[in-house]
Design a protein around this ligand. Structure first.
Ligand code: PMP
Ligand code: GLN
Length: 380
Protein backbone atom coordinates (compact mmCIF):
# COMPACT_ATOMS: atom_id res chain seq x y z
CA UNK A 1 0.00 0.00 0.00
CA UNK A 2 3.02 2.30 0.45
CA UNK A 3 5.25 3.16 -2.50
CA UNK A 4 9.07 2.76 -2.50
CA UNK A 5 9.43 6.51 -1.81
CA UNK A 6 7.23 6.22 1.26
CA UNK A 7 4.19 7.80 -0.42
CA UNK A 8 0.70 6.42 0.01
CA UNK A 9 -1.00 5.92 -3.35
CA UNK A 10 -4.14 8.03 -3.73
CA UNK A 11 -7.33 6.05 -4.29
CA UNK A 12 -8.77 6.24 -7.79
CA UNK A 13 -11.62 8.32 -6.34
CA UNK A 14 -9.31 11.00 -4.98
CA UNK A 15 -7.26 10.99 -8.19
CA UNK A 16 -10.26 11.44 -10.48
CA UNK A 17 -11.90 14.07 -8.26
CA UNK A 18 -8.62 16.01 -8.40
CA UNK A 19 -8.64 15.68 -12.22
CA UNK A 20 -12.20 17.06 -12.33
CA UNK A 21 -11.22 19.99 -10.07
CA UNK A 22 -8.13 20.74 -12.18
CA UNK A 23 -9.93 20.66 -15.53
CA UNK A 24 -13.32 22.04 -14.48
CA UNK A 25 -14.96 18.87 -15.79
CA UNK A 26 -18.26 17.57 -14.41
CA UNK A 27 -17.29 14.98 -11.81
CA UNK A 28 -19.23 11.78 -12.46
CA UNK A 29 -16.31 9.80 -11.03
CA UNK A 30 -16.41 9.57 -7.25
CA UNK A 31 -19.87 8.52 -6.09
CA UNK A 32 -21.30 11.26 -3.91
CA UNK A 33 -24.53 13.23 -4.33
CA UNK A 34 -24.51 16.95 -5.11
CA UNK A 35 -27.60 17.56 -2.99
CA UNK A 36 -27.62 17.04 0.77
CA UNK A 37 -29.98 14.66 2.51
CA UNK A 38 -33.58 15.19 3.65
CA UNK A 39 -34.15 18.38 5.72
CA UNK A 40 -35.53 16.41 8.69
CA UNK A 41 -32.26 14.50 8.93
CA UNK A 42 -30.05 17.59 8.59
CA UNK A 43 -32.13 19.44 11.17
CA UNK A 44 -31.92 16.52 13.62
CA UNK A 45 -28.11 16.70 13.53
CA UNK A 46 -28.14 20.46 14.15
CA UNK A 47 -30.57 19.90 17.02
CA UNK A 48 -28.44 17.13 18.52
CA UNK A 49 -25.39 19.44 18.56
CA UNK A 50 -27.47 22.20 20.17
CA UNK A 51 -28.77 19.68 22.72
CA UNK A 52 -25.24 18.74 23.76
CA UNK A 53 -24.93 15.35 22.06
CA UNK A 54 -21.24 15.99 21.48
CA UNK A 55 -19.26 13.57 23.64
CA UNK A 56 -18.32 9.91 23.18
CA UNK A 57 -21.42 7.82 22.50
CA UNK A 58 -21.59 4.12 23.53
CA UNK A 59 -19.24 1.77 21.64
CA UNK A 60 -22.06 -0.26 20.11
CA UNK A 61 -23.76 2.97 18.98
CA UNK A 62 -26.48 5.07 20.55
CA UNK A 63 -29.60 3.07 21.49
CA UNK A 64 -31.80 5.48 19.52
CA UNK A 65 -29.96 4.52 16.31
CA UNK A 66 -29.64 0.81 17.07
CA UNK A 67 -33.38 0.68 17.71
CA UNK A 68 -34.11 2.53 14.46
CA UNK A 69 -31.88 0.09 12.54
CA UNK A 70 -33.78 -2.85 14.05
CA UNK A 71 -37.14 -1.23 13.17
CA UNK A 72 -35.92 -0.56 9.62
CA UNK A 73 -34.85 -4.20 9.09
CA UNK A 74 -38.23 -5.40 10.41
CA UNK A 75 -40.25 -2.88 8.39
CA UNK A 76 -38.58 -3.42 5.00
CA UNK A 77 -37.43 -7.03 5.20
CA UNK A 78 -39.26 -8.73 8.09
CA UNK A 79 -35.92 -9.38 9.82
CA UNK A 80 -35.98 -9.66 13.61
CA UNK A 81 -32.88 -7.92 14.97
CA UNK A 82 -32.19 -7.35 18.68
CA UNK A 83 -30.93 -3.75 18.98
CA UNK A 84 -29.12 -4.51 22.25
CA UNK A 85 -27.04 -7.48 21.09
CA UNK A 86 -27.18 -7.83 17.29
CA UNK A 87 -26.36 -4.31 16.04
CA UNK A 88 -23.11 -2.35 15.84
CA UNK A 89 -22.80 1.25 14.63
CA UNK A 90 -19.58 1.94 12.70
CA UNK A 91 -17.68 4.73 10.97
CA UNK A 92 -19.41 4.12 7.65
CA UNK A 93 -19.73 0.79 5.90
CA UNK A 94 -15.97 1.01 5.39
CA UNK A 95 -15.26 0.44 9.08
CA UNK A 96 -17.97 -2.22 9.30
CA UNK A 97 -16.19 -4.13 6.52
CA UNK A 98 -12.73 -3.62 8.04
CA UNK A 99 -13.67 -4.56 11.61
CA UNK A 100 -15.63 -7.60 10.39
CA UNK A 101 -12.80 -9.00 8.31
CA UNK A 102 -10.10 -8.23 10.88
CA UNK A 103 -12.20 -9.93 13.57
CA UNK A 104 -13.37 -13.00 11.70
CA UNK A 105 -10.66 -13.90 9.19
CA UNK A 106 -7.33 -15.54 10.01
CA UNK A 107 -4.11 -15.27 7.99
CA UNK A 108 -4.20 -17.88 5.22
CA UNK A 109 -7.99 -17.98 5.03
CA UNK A 110 -9.68 -17.43 1.69
CA UNK A 111 -12.22 -14.66 1.16
CA UNK A 112 -14.42 -15.03 -1.89
CA UNK A 113 -15.86 -12.04 -3.71
CA UNK A 114 -17.07 -10.97 -7.14
CA UNK A 115 -14.77 -9.03 -9.45
CA UNK A 116 -14.79 -6.11 -10.17
CA UNK A 117 -15.12 -5.13 -6.52
CA UNK A 118 -15.22 -1.98 -4.40
CA UNK A 119 -11.62 -0.91 -3.85
CA UNK A 120 -11.45 -1.31 -0.07
CA UNK A 121 -12.24 -5.05 -0.28
CA UNK A 122 -8.84 -6.14 -1.57
CA UNK A 123 -7.04 -3.80 0.85
CA UNK A 124 -8.92 -5.11 3.90
CA UNK A 125 -8.46 -8.74 2.89
CA UNK A 126 -4.72 -8.03 2.56
CA UNK A 127 -4.63 -6.30 5.97
CA UNK A 128 -6.28 -9.39 7.46
CA UNK A 129 -3.54 -11.55 5.89
CA UNK A 130 -6.10 -13.51 3.89
CA UNK A 131 -6.24 -14.47 0.22
CA UNK A 132 -8.82 -12.92 -2.08
CA UNK A 133 -10.47 -15.40 -4.46
CA UNK A 134 -12.71 -13.84 -7.10
CA UNK A 135 -15.51 -14.82 -9.42
CA UNK A 136 -15.75 -12.56 -12.48
CA UNK A 137 -18.81 -10.53 -13.39
CA UNK A 138 -18.78 -10.19 -17.14
CA UNK A 139 -19.95 -7.40 -19.41
CA UNK A 140 -22.70 -6.64 -20.20
CA UNK A 141 -25.05 -8.39 -17.71
CA UNK A 142 -22.48 -8.76 -14.90
CA UNK A 143 -24.29 -11.89 -13.64
CA UNK A 144 -21.95 -14.50 -12.12
CA UNK A 145 -21.74 -17.99 -13.59
CA UNK A 146 -23.01 -20.48 -10.95
CA UNK A 147 -20.35 -23.04 -11.89
CA UNK A 148 -17.60 -20.50 -11.29
CA UNK A 149 -19.09 -19.71 -7.88
CA UNK A 150 -19.09 -23.44 -7.03
CA UNK A 151 -15.50 -23.80 -8.23
CA UNK A 152 -14.30 -20.82 -6.18
CA UNK A 153 -15.22 -22.42 -2.84
CA UNK A 154 -12.57 -24.53 -1.11
CA UNK A 155 -11.81 -26.00 2.30
CA UNK A 156 -10.10 -22.69 3.14
CA UNK A 157 -13.07 -20.45 2.31
CA UNK A 158 -13.78 -18.57 5.52
CA UNK A 159 -16.02 -15.86 4.23
CA UNK A 160 -17.99 -14.76 1.15
CA UNK A 161 -18.11 -11.02 0.64
CA UNK A 162 -21.14 -9.96 -1.37
CA UNK A 163 -22.09 -6.47 -2.53
CA UNK A 164 -25.74 -6.22 -3.59
CA UNK A 165 -26.62 -3.88 -5.33
CA UNK A 166 -23.13 -3.88 -6.76
CA UNK A 167 -20.54 -1.15 -7.09
CA UNK A 168 -19.21 -0.56 -9.77
CA UNK A 169 -21.54 -2.51 -12.11
CA UNK A 170 -24.99 -1.54 -10.78
CA UNK A 171 -26.06 -5.19 -11.06
CA UNK A 172 -28.17 -6.97 -8.46
CA UNK A 173 -27.99 -10.64 -7.53
CA UNK A 174 -30.95 -12.77 -8.59
CA UNK A 175 -32.57 -15.01 -6.03
CA UNK A 176 -31.03 -18.19 -7.46
CA UNK A 177 -27.52 -16.79 -7.03
CA UNK A 178 -28.24 -15.65 -3.49
CA UNK A 179 -29.62 -19.10 -2.64
CA UNK A 180 -26.55 -20.77 -4.16
CA UNK A 181 -24.25 -18.58 -2.04
CA UNK A 182 -26.13 -19.54 1.13
CA UNK A 183 -26.11 -23.24 0.17
CA UNK A 184 -22.37 -23.26 -0.55
CA UNK A 185 -21.48 -21.16 2.50
CA UNK A 186 -23.46 -23.56 4.68
CA UNK A 187 -21.77 -26.61 3.15
CA UNK A 188 -18.31 -25.06 3.71
CA UNK A 189 -19.25 -23.54 7.06
CA UNK A 190 -18.29 -20.09 5.75
CA UNK A 191 -19.64 -16.74 6.87
CA UNK A 192 -21.41 -14.35 4.50
CA UNK A 193 -20.69 -10.62 4.68
CA UNK A 194 -23.14 -8.62 2.63
CA UNK A 195 -22.52 -4.98 1.81
CA UNK A 196 -25.95 -3.50 1.10
CA UNK A 197 -25.16 0.22 1.17
CA UNK A 198 -27.25 0.69 -2.01
CA UNK A 199 -30.25 -1.24 -0.62
CA UNK A 200 -32.73 1.60 -1.28
CA UNK A 201 -31.26 2.64 -4.62
CA UNK A 202 -33.14 0.12 -6.77
CA UNK A 203 -34.93 0.70 -10.07
CA UNK A 204 -36.91 -2.51 -10.52
CA UNK A 205 -37.71 -5.10 -7.90
CA UNK A 206 -37.25 -4.15 -4.23
CA UNK A 207 -34.09 -5.20 -2.42
CA UNK A 208 -34.04 -8.56 -0.61
CA UNK A 209 -31.17 -9.05 1.85
CA UNK A 210 -29.36 -12.40 1.84
CA UNK A 211 -30.08 -12.64 5.58
CA UNK A 212 -33.78 -13.21 4.78
CA UNK A 213 -33.09 -16.52 3.00
CA UNK A 214 -33.71 -19.72 4.96
CA UNK A 215 -30.69 -20.69 7.06
CA UNK A 216 -28.77 -17.52 6.17
CA UNK A 217 -29.26 -15.21 9.17
CA UNK A 218 -27.06 -17.20 11.56
CA UNK A 219 -23.99 -16.95 9.31
CA UNK A 220 -24.58 -13.53 7.73
CA UNK A 221 -23.19 -10.13 8.70
CA UNK A 222 -25.37 -7.48 7.00
CA UNK A 223 -23.73 -4.09 6.43
CA UNK A 224 -25.24 -0.78 5.37
CA UNK A 225 -24.68 2.94 5.73
CA UNK A 226 -26.63 6.17 6.03
CA UNK A 227 -24.34 7.87 3.52
CA UNK A 228 -26.09 6.64 0.37
CA UNK A 229 -29.73 6.50 1.48
CA UNK A 230 -29.71 9.91 3.14
CA UNK A 231 -27.12 11.61 0.90
CA UNK A 232 -24.80 12.24 3.85
CA UNK A 233 -21.63 10.48 2.70
CA UNK A 234 -19.47 12.80 4.80
CA UNK A 235 -21.12 11.81 8.08
CA UNK A 236 -19.70 8.28 7.98
CA UNK A 237 -22.46 6.59 9.93
CA UNK A 238 -22.68 2.91 9.01
CA UNK A 239 -23.79 -0.22 10.78
CA UNK A 240 -23.94 -3.97 10.74
CA UNK A 241 -26.15 -6.60 12.25
CA UNK A 242 -25.38 -10.24 12.89
CA UNK A 243 -25.57 -13.00 15.50
CA UNK A 244 -24.76 -11.60 18.96
CA UNK A 245 -21.44 -13.48 19.36
CA UNK A 246 -20.23 -12.29 15.95
CA UNK A 247 -21.13 -8.69 16.84
CA UNK A 248 -19.17 -9.01 20.09
CA UNK A 249 -16.11 -10.27 18.18
CA UNK A 250 -16.37 -7.41 15.67
CA UNK A 251 -16.84 -4.87 18.49
CA UNK A 252 -13.59 -6.12 20.06
CA UNK A 253 -11.78 -4.90 16.91
CA UNK A 254 -13.89 -1.79 16.30
CA UNK A 255 -13.08 -0.43 19.77
CA UNK A 256 -9.42 -0.14 18.76
CA UNK A 257 -10.08 1.20 15.25
CA UNK A 258 -12.30 4.18 16.00
CA UNK A 259 -13.60 3.39 19.53
CA UNK A 260 -16.90 5.22 18.79
CA UNK A 261 -18.14 7.63 16.17
CA UNK A 262 -20.27 10.60 15.16
CA UNK A 263 -22.48 11.24 18.23
CA UNK A 264 -24.78 13.98 16.84
CA UNK A 265 -25.16 12.20 13.49
CA UNK A 266 -26.49 9.03 15.09
CA UNK A 267 -29.90 10.34 16.23
CA UNK A 268 -30.15 12.16 12.88
CA UNK A 269 -29.69 8.95 10.87
CA UNK A 270 -32.26 7.35 13.20
CA UNK A 271 -34.75 10.03 12.06
CA UNK A 272 -33.95 9.13 8.45
CA UNK A 273 -34.49 5.41 8.96
CA UNK A 274 -37.98 6.14 10.32
CA UNK A 275 -38.99 8.39 7.38
CA UNK A 276 -42.22 7.29 5.68
CA UNK A 277 -42.31 5.00 2.64
CA UNK A 278 -42.92 8.01 0.38
CA UNK A 279 -39.36 9.23 1.07
CA UNK A 280 -37.86 5.91 0.05
CA UNK A 281 -40.02 5.74 -3.09
CA UNK A 282 -38.97 9.27 -4.03
CA UNK A 283 -35.21 8.75 -3.76
CA UNK A 284 -35.43 5.67 -5.99
CA UNK A 285 -37.64 7.49 -8.52
CA UNK A 286 -35.42 10.59 -8.62
CA UNK A 287 -32.32 8.50 -9.04
CA UNK A 288 -34.00 6.42 -11.76
CA UNK A 289 -34.76 9.63 -13.67
CA UNK A 290 -31.11 10.69 -13.35
CA UNK A 291 -30.02 7.27 -14.57
CA UNK A 292 -32.17 7.63 -17.69
CA UNK A 293 -30.80 11.11 -18.53
CA UNK A 294 -27.21 9.89 -18.30
CA UNK A 295 -27.82 6.64 -20.18
CA UNK A 296 -29.45 8.55 -23.05
CA UNK A 297 -26.41 10.87 -23.21
CA UNK A 298 -23.93 7.98 -23.16
CA UNK A 299 -25.80 6.23 -25.96
CA UNK A 300 -25.96 9.39 -28.05
CA UNK A 301 -22.21 9.67 -27.60
CA UNK A 302 -21.80 6.21 -29.13
CA UNK A 303 -21.00 4.21 -25.99
CA UNK A 304 -22.84 0.98 -25.19
CA UNK A 305 -24.39 0.77 -21.74
CA UNK A 306 -25.14 -1.94 -19.18
CA UNK A 307 -28.41 -0.69 -17.67
CA UNK A 308 -28.03 -0.79 -13.87
CA UNK A 309 -30.78 -2.19 -11.63
CA UNK A 310 -29.37 -0.61 -8.50
CA UNK A 311 -26.69 1.70 -7.02
CA UNK A 312 -25.93 5.12 -8.47
CA UNK A 313 -23.49 3.92 -11.10
CA UNK A 314 -23.70 2.97 -14.74
CA UNK A 315 -20.96 1.15 -16.66
CA UNK A 316 -20.49 2.04 -20.32
CA UNK A 317 -18.19 0.55 -22.94
CA UNK A 318 -16.06 3.10 -24.79
CA UNK A 319 -14.76 0.47 -27.25
CA UNK A 320 -17.18 1.62 -29.99
CA UNK A 321 -15.33 4.96 -29.84
CA UNK A 322 -12.04 3.15 -30.37
CA UNK A 323 -10.96 3.11 -26.71
CA UNK A 324 -8.95 0.08 -25.64
CA UNK A 325 -7.64 1.53 -22.36
CA UNK A 326 -10.40 3.05 -20.23
CA UNK A 327 -7.89 4.73 -17.88
CA UNK A 328 -6.38 6.71 -20.77
CA UNK A 329 -9.87 7.35 -22.17
CA UNK A 330 -11.00 8.78 -18.79
CA UNK A 331 -7.98 11.06 -18.54
CA UNK A 332 -8.71 12.39 -22.06
CA UNK A 333 -12.46 12.64 -21.48
CA UNK A 334 -11.92 15.29 -18.80
CA UNK A 335 -10.68 17.64 -21.50
CA UNK A 336 -12.32 16.34 -24.70
CA UNK A 337 -15.83 16.28 -23.23
CA UNK A 338 -15.44 17.94 -19.81
CA UNK A 339 -16.77 14.89 -17.98
CA UNK A 340 -14.95 12.62 -15.52
CA UNK A 341 -15.65 8.91 -15.10
CA UNK A 342 -13.73 6.07 -13.45
CA UNK A 343 -12.15 3.20 -15.40
CA UNK A 344 -13.61 -0.11 -14.24
CA UNK A 345 -10.05 -1.48 -14.30
CA UNK A 346 -9.61 0.40 -10.97
CA UNK A 347 -11.91 -2.21 -9.41
CA UNK A 348 -9.92 -5.27 -10.46
CA UNK A 349 -6.49 -6.76 -9.95
CA UNK A 350 -6.66 -8.71 -13.21
CA UNK A 351 -4.38 -7.01 -15.76
CA UNK A 352 -6.17 -6.04 -18.95
CA UNK A 353 -9.62 -6.85 -17.60
CA UNK A 354 -12.58 -4.61 -18.40
CA UNK A 355 -10.44 -2.78 -20.96
CA UNK A 356 -12.86 -0.23 -22.41
CA UNK A 357 -15.31 0.02 -19.51
CA UNK A 358 -15.98 3.25 -17.62
CA UNK A 359 -18.15 3.83 -14.54
CA UNK A 360 -20.20 7.03 -14.35
CA UNK A 361 -22.12 8.22 -11.26
CA UNK A 362 -25.61 9.65 -11.73
CA UNK A 363 -26.32 10.80 -8.15
CA UNK A 364 -26.32 14.40 -9.41
CA UNK A 365 -28.97 17.06 -10.04
CA UNK A 366 -30.95 16.63 -13.32
CA UNK A 367 -29.52 19.87 -14.76
CA UNK A 368 -25.97 18.65 -14.10
CA UNK A 369 -26.71 15.28 -15.72
CA UNK A 370 -28.32 16.99 -18.72
CA UNK A 371 -25.25 19.19 -19.11
CA UNK A 372 -22.98 16.12 -18.84
CA UNK A 373 -25.13 14.23 -21.36
CA UNK A 374 -24.91 17.19 -23.76
CA UNK A 375 -21.14 17.41 -23.39
CA UNK A 376 -20.78 13.67 -24.03
CA UNK A 377 -22.86 13.99 -27.20
CA UNK A 378 -20.08 16.17 -28.62
CA UNK A 379 -17.90 13.04 -28.80
CA UNK A 380 -19.93 11.43 -31.56
N1 PMP B 1 -19.26 -0.32 0.06
C1 PMP B 1 -19.57 0.10 -1.16
C2 PMP B 1 -19.96 -0.89 -2.19
C3 PMP B 1 -19.51 1.46 -1.47
O1 PMP B 1 -19.79 1.88 -2.70
C4 PMP B 1 -19.16 2.37 -0.45
C5 PMP B 1 -19.16 3.85 -0.72
N2 PMP B 1 -18.25 4.25 -1.65
C6 PMP B 1 -18.81 1.87 0.79
C7 PMP B 1 -18.89 0.53 1.02
C8 PMP B 1 -18.37 2.78 1.89
O2 PMP B 1 -19.44 3.34 2.54
P1 PMP B 1 -19.21 4.41 3.71
O3 PMP B 1 -18.99 5.73 3.06
O4 PMP B 1 -20.46 4.34 4.49
O5 PMP B 1 -18.02 3.98 4.48
N1 GLN C 1 -18.46 4.87 -2.87
C1 GLN C 1 -18.00 5.94 -3.68
C2 GLN C 1 -17.50 5.39 -5.00
O1 GLN C 1 -17.45 4.20 -5.20
C3 GLN C 1 -16.93 6.77 -3.01
C4 GLN C 1 -15.78 5.99 -2.58
C5 GLN C 1 -14.63 6.73 -1.97
O2 GLN C 1 -14.46 7.93 -2.16
N2 GLN C 1 -13.83 6.02 -1.25
O3 GLN C 1 -17.20 6.18 -5.86
Amino acid sequence: LVGPDGSVGATIFAEMSALAARTGAINLGQGFPDTDGPPEVLEAARQAIADGVNQYPPGRGMPVLREAIARHQQRFYGLAVDPDTDVLVTAGATEALAATLLALVEPGDEVLTFEPYYDSYAAIVALAGARLVTVPLEWPAFAPDPDRIRAAFSARTRLVLVNDPHNPTGSVLDRGTRELIVELATRHDALIVTDEVYEHLRFGTPHEPIATLPGAAERTITISSGGKTFSTTGWKIGWLHARADLVTAILSVKQFLTYVNGAPFQPAIAVGLDLPDAFYARIAADLGAGRDILIAGLRRAGLTVSVPEGSYFVVADAAPLGATDAAAFCRDLATTAGVVGIPVSAFTATPGAYAGLVRFAFCKRPDVLREAAGRLSSLS
